[in-house]
Design a protein around this ligand. Structure first.
Ligand code: FES
Length: 99
């Protein structure tokens, strides 16, 4: 878990895997996850190894999460919003319309 520097930004409430947490307006979902959890955003399809945000700028795709019901979103590229629901992705992803 990372410690935040002091911020005067407004507080928004989001849920991470069902747990209600406070985040700072303007920060990314990945930053909020790093501030409130051990950092894992997903697990790998083959070994279920935990993965965490790495580049924080949209390049590595290690931060894929389900955000407001939409899977495979880059948590580092999306800003938190009040009432947002964020879930870790576990293992292989599914693509709607395919089995
Ligand atoms: S942390 Fe690298 S793409 Fe999000």
């Amino acid at each position: 878990m990372l410690k935040r520097r002091h911020s005067d930004a407004a507080v928004v409430r989001i849920s991470i895997d069902g747990e209600q947490v406070e985040a700072r307006a303007g920060e990314s979902v990945a930053a909020a996850v790093l501030a409130h959890t051990e950092g894992a955003t997903r697990t790998t399809p083959l070994s279920d190894a935990p993965r965490a945000p790495y580049c924080m700028m949209g390049v590595c795709f290690e931060c894929l999460m389900e955000i407001d019901g939409v899977a495979n979103r880059q948590a580092c590229m999306i800003r938190v919003a009040d009432g947002m629901s964020v879930k870790r992705q576990q293992g292989a992803r599914s693509v709607e319309g395919r089995e």
